[in-house]
Design a protein around this ligand. Structure first.
Ligand code: ADP
Ligand code: MG
Length: 366
């Protein structure tokens, strides 16, 4: 397979004429043939970054490279890339055949060759029988495929996909996710997939870049971001239900090689079962729901089960103690709401943050 280009941005910033700072010194690399998921809340700058990479927008500062070539000034037509827009950007008065054919632009192919290319891609995407229809006569999923087909006919070496699945319903989204993953396995194009959905980012991205307010929070594999977030924002962004967060302070105690975490605004104190280096006054503790075990039948249990959500293969248990609420994910059990229970926390996987800076801190003696 021919090698695909690597994409590299070097300290790219973008300030719009109205003063909006959409990107702040974004430096990232998409390796050749890699699928990078670019994820972040609405308005964080994802589309702006994609438009800068495609050449539709120019950066206020910084540079863009495809492999070693600096392409910051190169016009969009000369960048050998294809983009799928969030709203598909189909032409309502043109047939599906012509909408897809637009992807070929002013390619040197003969008319017959163009027709053959469009028909082949349409066949691969299950659109062949709709070629004479207009976009309004297709379902959302089919329109999404037309936008993808328009990109594929040109066979560009870079794919830029801007929230291609966000207009589809849940079931179709899952199916299209599968198709996009297969497409990437088959063609291994260098791909940036934009989404605001943590599940899409996790399941599709070989690596994930999490953007927030125009800045990169963290780049890494899905596992790295989930298990080893570098700050509180990353920890909270990924995970369903979200990570449990407690504010408080920890007391160093080496008698039993264990510390005490005292929660703020509640009398809850937890024995952390890991040795601390020192006291910390301003700590945020993060515990993922799957790292809390419920010890049923403990008469001294401090936590009240408020509600249990049944998920078929597992359950989410909502617990409370004074004004503290925790969620826990566990196998189906005979627990009932109203019961009092004790908890066992897997302290080895607990995450600690400085409450002021929100950055990760290491409590455990290494
Ligand atoms: P996302 O795709 O992550 O939702 P965008 O890249 O579209 O975010 O937008 C990032 C920020 O830049 C937002 O605050 C948005 O309102 C602003 N923005 C986008 N395009 C323009 C523009 N042409 N002029 C001014 N502000 C813009
Ligand atoms: Mg966008």
């Amino acid at each position: 397979m021919e090698p695909m280009p690597e994409i590299r941005t070097e300290s790219i910033s973008k300030t719009f004429p109205d003063g909006t700072q959409a990107l702040r010194s974004v430096s990232l690399q998409v390796k050749n043939g890699e699928l990078l998921a670019l994820v972040g809340p609405s308005g964080c700058g994802k589309t702006t970054l994609l438009r800068i990479i495609s050449g539709l927008e120019s950066p206020s500062e910084g540079h863009l490279f495809f492999d070693k070539e600096k392409v910051t000034q190169l016009s969009p037509e000369r960048r050998d890339l294809g983009m799928v827009f969030q709203n598909y950007a189909l032409f309502p008065h043109l047939s599906i055949f012509r909408n897809i054919g637009l992807g070929l632009g002013n390619s040197p192919l003969s008319k017959a060759e163009k027709k053959q290319t469009v028909e082949q891609v349409a066949k691969n995407l299950g659109l062949y029988e709709y070629l004479e229809r207009k976009p309004a006569e297709l379902s959302g999923g089919q329109r999404q495929r037309v936008a993808l087909a328009r990109l594929l006919v040109r066979n560009p070496s870079i794919h830029l996909l801007d929230e291609p699945l966000s207009n589809l319903d849940a079931n179709l989204r899952m199916k299209m996710r599968e198709e996009l993953a297969n497409l990437h396995i088959k063609h291994a194009k260098t791909t940036i997939f934009v989404t605001h959905d943590q599940i899409e980012a996790m399941t599709l991205g070989q690596r994930i870049c999490l953007l927030n307010h125009g800045k990169i929070e963290q780049i890494g594999t899905p596992e790295e971001l989930y298990l080893n977030p570098c700050n509180l924002f990353v920890a909270i962004f990924f995970g369903i239900p979200p990570i449990n967060i407690l504010q408080g302070k920890s007391h160093y105690s080496d008698a039993e090689g264990s510390g005490i975490f005292r929660c703020q605004e509640s009398s809850l104190s937890l024995k952390t079962l890991i040795s601390h280096k020192k006291d910390h006054k301003n700590l945020t503790l993060g515990i993922r729901p799957e790292n809390i075990k419920i010890m049923a039948g403990d008469a001294n249990g401090e936590f009240l089960i408020k509600r249990i959500e049944y998920l078929g293969d597992s359950q989410i248990v909502h617990l409370s103690f004074e004004n503290i609420n925790l969620t826990c994910k566990q196998p189906i059990s005979g627990l009932r709401s109203g019961e009092r229970v004790a908890l066992a926390i897997d302290w080895k996987s607990s995450l600690w943050f400085d409450s002021n800076t929100k950055n990760r801190v290491q409590l455990i003696e290494s």
